[in-house]
Design a protein around this ligand. Sequence first.
Ligand SMILES: Nc1ncnc2c1ncn2[C@@H]1O[C@H](COP(=O)(O)OP(=O)(O)OP(=O)(O)O)[C@@H](O)[C@H]1O
Ligand SMILES: [Mg+2]
Length: 121
Amino acid sequence: MLIKIEAIVREEAFEDVKTALNEIEVRGLTVYQVMGCGIQKGYNEVVRGVKVDLQMQPKIKFEIVVSSPEWEKKTIDAISKAAYTGEIGDGKIFSYEIRSAYRIRTKETGYDAIQPTNHME
Ligand SMILES: Nc1ncnc2c1ncn2[C@@H]1O[C@H](COP(=O)(O)OP(=O)(O)OP(=O)(O)O)[C@@H](O)[C@H]1O
Ligand SMILES: [Mg+2]
């Protein structure tokens, strides 16, 4: 089973999340600088009676594909611990099953495509 985890976290959490993923030996990941907002619409305080448009905040998005529900849990635990402050805006983590993976160099598919090889990049 291939599972993709998408985590949107604070910019300040970037180093800690990266370190946490390295510690559990996650091998492949993609990181994006994104803009987004959650249920506070990007504001840290809601001004009563004032209707505000969505305001986007800069965030960091990690995408990681793993090969089992055990790795999914391990990865989500590591990210959520590393990104936690307890304040509004800590972020969100989504996961879902993906249909396929393909390593272009070796033509491996599925599980094999995301396993480490002895090739050093
Ligand atoms: N429903 C959603 N769909 C897609 N992306 C989302 C969703 N909710 C949050 N995000 C992304 O996650 C980022 C962080 O969201 P945020 O932590 O503010 O969520 P929240 O639900 O408002 O929780 P909190 O109350 O802790 O702020 C957002 O900037 C946005 O990029
Ligand atoms: Mg929010």
